[in-house]
Design a protein around this ligand. Structure first.
Ligand code: GAL
Ligand code: MG
Length: 989
């Protein structure tokens, strides 16, 4: 017989049903376990024991089985359901003492998650089997435990038939990745609790759908057990008696009268009151329940609804009493009252069309792989809140239940996703009946476990598995089990957004171009709210055009947001032979086949530090917008828009400042009235002084928390807004008296200057971003030789007021003509006017600009332009206009695989300074893209990991007349046409 690991029909043996009851009489079993790695699931144990952490991935603990990264492709060649013969299997063993107080109690083993098949034995006897790497397995071990010391063995098989439905784009690991514990209950105990809060149309009356199953394990059912529900704020508890099995003799006796009543009811005949009662009994008792089931539906007047903006929770206590009235078990839950519904093309939360500002999150830790603590999950969610996200998709499997407690508490809408992805085999497994139970059990167990969390607004049937009968079955199960939430599944809409299907209530495409979603929303063919399950792929230096996505979403009915792909850069800390560490990606552990750095695609680095793109998101998600006409701005009057759906502005306070040329000339507090959700108010900024015409002037208003929020301290900046103050812009001093006398050139016509280590020359290339590389642009650039331009001096003409140097560069796309006009100004400055003609053959360039190198020692940088974070032409709305200070070293943005970085958009001038007043100031004719770095583009392009880079002492300065947008072409659309750099004449000074 094949083993259970190659039997897809078998999803579990002896596993207890899933439930949502928190049981807290526990013995924790986390810690160091005896461990050995076998090469096959049925290999006998040896006497070679080492130790391993539980929870822990063994792949991160130095054993002979390292992490392996693949995206779509499977890590091995076998076809479902077969797996390789070399099948790493972890044998975990430990002892525990049974607490004396547990004598006579029912005892359950809980294994939080094991990848991918768990086979448990206790004291040498079989306990059970479970599959599904991201949901818990529980087994009743009452009959297997012994007094005193017990030995528990968990055999964890890495590859199985289930691996084919766990083919998510992430590292392959093996191990026990969530906590293991035992808990005890009484024989009669709370089997499951359903407590789903809702809200009536009046939006103030809460509803509570409560269901409690009373389980009688290993004992005769007896009548008289009662359950009470105490809702915080309600004086009287709800009380009900658990119905139990009807008396034995009644069960069997099906009199002719009863058959008649049942049949008459079935054909729709009117029944007398007496007959109705008989019929009701029949309905209740036809199948004797193994559980006592109680259901209540109650209205709770005057509730404060739960929303991401105000995640108001309410305590619920469920008490089980024996027939004698003794409290046998008590469970504490939290419920939230909220309303989720689809009306027309809108997904409404508490009656409002809330825009979904979401992000996809995997379980990830740079050192433990997939094992994440509650603190780490909280840190993720707090950072999401701080950066303006209101939603998270648990891509691509259910998270630890602690995660959902946190989203309930902190206020994030959740798309809860089942652990199903058969990407390599796409739809074939979804139609394979051998896999039917895997679909249904994964979806149903998720819903049974998570149903009570108010933060969950959508159920997702999984990811990238095509669309098959197994989806239909799982969807049907869900619709009946929890009608309160709509369904989400991208596979059902991938190739067609316009025909109806049964398994997704949301049109949830991945990576659609902006034009496509807008066109769809305007086509009249839209069927469902459109929420992108994935968009704006954050690989490397990316997320170009995020602002344009949001412009489209905010202005187009039917478009309702989406989830950025993704939260984490999945770089695993790897120790190198010399003792240093790096962030590893596919291939770094000798893993083949692999998909390289495609797992490095998040908005935070592997240590959770925000990447620059997060600042863009934060600003786009700002709950407050400020507008002002030029006249009003001058008088200090602005219009404040509260963009929140439910909350007024009283949790915020604001202050303003006016800067001229980057220096503050006035500032003050803003008297922020409480502006209701979705309302605006016009307010005056007392004391705002008009700046005169001394330079470029901006009014900046900062909004921060007035008091502490659960996710931010008081005084935390939520967003800012900037309004240009009119009539004051004055550019740098006019280059009046200029001549050519002081211009020093070398024999090749290149500028010579004390502060320059390399002269200003032409640059048409950048170190390819991941988007440039995977999108194919980098290839074209190097085919044309743009990464290694060869200059040919055409002429040097010395005139009285200027020296003109003409150069030519032969490229694969034709010759590029370059002219530099040099003059010295009276104050000793050098003016350079550049003209470049790009031939038609170069249709898509990284940049057209100047590169120069500044001598070592000028480490301080200051610039006026967007900042302080890295910005690019299609990702710059999160950059504030101002005067920013930094160092050349700090300008480096450490993308795990080095690439173009550190750019600043709309820069007016930049200074580099060293000790003793030595320095260089570069003034630009127009706002330009500028970067200052200790790395040449070629240095960055040659490195495969951040740690390989060695900073040069010089500073490499790029000044671009045009710089290509970033786009998202590594997975999704490239940047928009307006951000492309093509043929034509470019002039800059
Ligand atoms: C999607 C997929 C994700 C991830 C992403 C690319 O197709 O759902 O799991 O692979 O693309 O990073
Ligand atoms: Mg995939």
């Amino acid at each position: 017989m094949p083993g259970p690991w190659v039997t897809p029909e078998l999803t579990a043996l002896n596993r207890l049903p899933m439930h949502a009851v928190p049981h807290d009489d526990r013995v924790e079993l986390d810690g160091r376990w005896r461990f050995q790695l076998l090469r096959a699931p049925d290999a006998p144990a040896t006497d070679q024991w080492a130790e391993a952490d539980v929870p822990g991935c063994w792949t991160m603990q130095g054993v002979d089985d390292r992490p392996h990264y693949t995206n779509v492709q499977m890590p091995f060649r076998e076809l479902p359901p077969d797996v390789p013969g070399d099948n790493p299997t972890g044998l975990y063993e430990r002892t525990f003492m049974l607490p004396a107080r547990w004598a006579g109690r029912r005892i359950v083993l809980h294994v939080g998650a094991a990848e991918s098949v768990l086979i448990a034995t206790l004291n040498g006897r079989d306990v059970g089997i479970s599959k599904d790497s991201h949901l818990a397995a529980e087994f009743d071990v009452t009959g297997l435990v012994v007094e005193g010391e017990n030995t528990l063995t968990l055999r964890v098989v890495k590859w199985s038939d289930a691996t084919f439905v766990e083919d998510q784009d992430q590292w392959w690991h093996g191990g026990i990745t969530r906590s293991v514990f035992l808990f005890a209950t009484s024989r009669v105990h709370l089997g499951d609790i359903r407590a789903i809060g809702g809200l009536r149309e009046d939006l103030v009356t809460g509803t509570l759908d409560i269901g409690v199953d009373v389980a009688f394990s290993g004992v005769e059912q007896e009548p008289g057990w009662t359950v009470e529900a105490h809702l915080e704020g309600l004086d009287e508890p709800l009380r009900a008696t658990a119905p139990t099995t009807a008396p034995r003799d009644e069960r069997g006796s099906w009199s002719r009268e009863r058959w008649d009543v049942q049949a008459r009811r079935a054909v729709g005949a009117d029944l007398s009151a007496e007959e109705l009662e008989t019929w009701q009994q029949l309905v209740d008792w036809q199948v004797p329940p193994t559980l006592g089931a109680i259901r209540w539906s109650v209205d709770v007047p005057g509730v404060e609804p739960w929303s991401s903006e105000r995640p108001r929770l309410c305590g619920l206590r469920i008490t089980l009493r024996s027939p004698g009235g003794e409290v046998v078990e008590e469970a504490r839950l939290k419920v939230g009252f909220r309303r989720v519904e689809i009306r027309g093309l809108d997904l409404l939360i508490n009656g409002r069309r809330v825009l979904i500002r979401g992000v996809n999150r995997h379980d990830f830790d740079e050192r433990t792989g997939r094992v994440v603590s509650a603190e780490s999950m909280r840190a993720d969610l707090v950072l999401m809140k701080q950066f303006g996200f209101n939603a998270v998709r648990t891509s691509h499997y259910p998270n630890d239940p602690a995660f959902l407690d946190l989203t309930d508490e902190l206020g994030l809408y959740v798309v809860d996703e089942a652990d199903i992805e058969s990407h390599a085999f796409w739809g074939s497994l979804a139609d394979d009946p051998r896999y039917l139970e895997q679909w249904v059990s994964r979806v149903s167990r998720m819903a049974i476990r998570d149903k009570n969390h108010p933060s969950i607004i959508l159920w997702s049937l999984g990811n990238e598995s095509g669309h098959g009968a197994n989806h239909e079955a799982a969807a049907a199960w869900l619709r009946r089990y929890d009608p309160s939430r709509p369904l989400h599944y991208e596979g059902a809409v991938r190739f067609d957004w316009t025909s109806d299907q049964d398994v997704s209530d949301i049109t949830c495409p991945m990576y659609p171009p902006i034009w496509a979603i807008v066109e769809h929303a305007k086509s009249g063919k839209q069927l469902h709210p459109l929420i992108m399950c994935e968009f704006s792929h954050a690989m490397g230096n990316s997320n170009g055009t995020l602002a344009e996505y949001w412009d489209a979403i905010e202005s187009t009915p039917g478009l309702q947001g989406g989830f950025i792909w993704e939260w984490w850069d999945h770089g695993l800390v790897q120790k190198l032979p010399d003792g240093t560490e790096r962030w590893a990606y596919g291939g770094d552990f000798g893993d083949t086949p692999n998909d390289g750095n495609f797992c490095i695609d998040g908005v935070v680095w592997p240590n959770r530090r925000p990447k620059p793109a997060l600042w863009e998101h934060k600003q786009l998600a700002a709950p407050i917008r400020v507008t002002a006409s030029p006249d009003d701005a001058r008088r200090g009057r602005v219009e404040i828009h509260n963009r929140q759906d439910f909350r007024d502005t009283s949790w915020l306070r604001a202050r303003y400042e006016v800067t001229v040329g980057g220096s503050a000339v006035s500032n003050g507090r803003v008297e922020l009235p409480p502006i209701a959700a979705r309302e605006s108010a016009s307010i005056d900024l007392p004391g705002l002084r008009a700046p005169g015409d001394a330079g470029e002037a901006w009014l900046t208003i900062h909004f921060e928390t007035a008091g502490a929020e659960s996710w931010a301290p008081a005084g935390f900046e939520i967003c800012w807004a900037q309004v240009p103050l009119p009539g004051s812009a004055r550019r740098g001093a006019p280059p009046a008296a200029a001549d050519a006398a002081g211009v020093q050139l070398d024999a090749d016509g290149l500028l010579v200057h004390d502060l320059l280590a390399a002269p200003p020359s032409l640059s048409l290339w950048r170190a390819p971003t991941d988007n440039d590389r995977i999108g194919g642009m980098a290839r074209t650039w190097s085919d044309c030789g743009l990464d290694r331009l060869v200059r040919e001096l055409v002429s040097v003409e010395r005139g009285a007021d200027a020296v003109v140097v003409k150069s030519r560069y032969a490229t694969g796309g034709g010759a590029v003509e370059h002219e530099q006009r040099f003059r010295t100004l009276r104050d000793g400055a050098v003016a350079i006017d550049e003209t470049v003609v790009i031939p038609d053959g170069l249709s898509d360039l990284a940049r057209v600009g100047t590169v120069l190198e500044v001598v070592a020692g000028l480490e301080e940088v200051e610039w006026f332009g967007r900042g302080p974070h890295e910005t690019y032409p299609d990702r710059k709305r999160g950059g504030q206009f101002g005067r920013w200070r930094s160092t050349v070293g700090e300008q480096y943005v450490p993308y795990v695989r080095p690439q173009e970085n550190g750019g600043h958009a709309d820069v007016r001038w930049v200074e580099l300074r060293g000790d003793g007043g030595r320095g260089l100031r570069i003034e630009l004719d127009e706002p330009r893209q500028v970067s200052v770095s200790h790395f040449r583009a070629a240095d960055l392009a040659a490195a495969t990991h951040d740690v390989e880079l060695r900073p040069r002492p010089e500073s490499i300065v790029h000044i671009d007349a045009a710089h290509r947008g970033l786009g998202t072409a590594s997975c999704g659309p490239d940047t928009l046409d307006e951000y492309l750099v093509g043929p034509g004449t470019y002039r800059w000074s």
